[in-house]
Write a protein that binds this ligand. Structure first.
Ligand SMILES: [Ca+2]
Length: 107
């Protein structure tokens, strides 16, 4: 007899599967090393070490708007920088090479 096991992974509290929400690049104009940020909508994520304090441009995936913060853990008490699918081609100086965390919401 043959069994097929299907494993399903569910998100934490929302029951939504983690999705590709945003792409980050280490250079302006979507160049350099790329990191695809995966998570749930509204979930705060910290950038991995190779990208922490190095991001210079980013694109939200279609249908999302994303924000980055200088501090880890999306310190919403500080100013964040928000972008959509095209407006993050060149991070302003105050957050260029300084972002450490991010969060995306539905646009
Ligand atoms: Ca950079």
């Amino acid at each position: 007899m043959k069994f097929t096991i299907i494993l399903l992974t569910f998100g934490t509290t929302t029951g939504v599967l983690a999705a590709d929400l945003v792409d980050f690049w280490t250079d302006a104009n979507f160049l350099g090393l790329k990191h695809t940020g995966q998570g749930n909508v509204g979930e705060c994520k910290n950038l991995p070490g190779d990208f922490n304090d190095r991001i210079s441009s980013a694109k939200a995936r279609s249908g999302y708007r994303c924000t980055v913060w200088i501090d880890a853990n999306c310190n919403t008490g500080t100013t964040g920088y928000s972008f959509d699918t095209s407006s993050g081609s060149s991070f302003p100086g105050w957050i260029n090479d300084k972002a450490s965390s991010w969060k995306c919401v539905r646009a």
